[in-house]
Design a protein around this ligand. Sequence first.
Ligand code: FES
Length: 165
Amino acid sequence: MAQAFSPQADAEIEAILQRYPNRLAALIPTLWVAQREFGWLAEETMELVATRLDLPPAKVISTATFYTMFHKKPVGRYHVQVCKNISCYLRGSDEVTAAVKQKLGVAPGQTTADGNFTLEEVECLAACGRAPVVQVNADYHEWQTAESVVALLDRLAAGDTSGGV
Ligand code: FES
């Protein structure tokens, strides 16, 4: 069955279109809505966005593929992004990544078999003063260590999102 936006998502896109001066300016916020709705941006999803905004599919695809924040393949329930840039690196991001790899049994770019966690190494998350930084979905976890990141993963695996995801 072809993808379709839920009535709520469609209303949100309509509100976005009212806020922006033209349809192209509404593209990135609409891609956010689409990613939240479908979990990632399949080609079919990008075509749906193109149709909804009446933009050329190539424009939508080139925009979505330019930004790393848009997922071009499925990610786990928790998208664990470890910053590997200079401030985080100097303060031990390698150990944080190694701890996540060992804990989850996946390499960067991979998702655990249960579909819960995807690990990724990313460039600067713009919170360098609180390095090393790990972003899980939309939430930042700062001043991470090998021990604290494992505790974070344990908490999330147990379904405890009270401290953010
Ligand atoms: S270097 Fe990691 S947040 Fe900037």
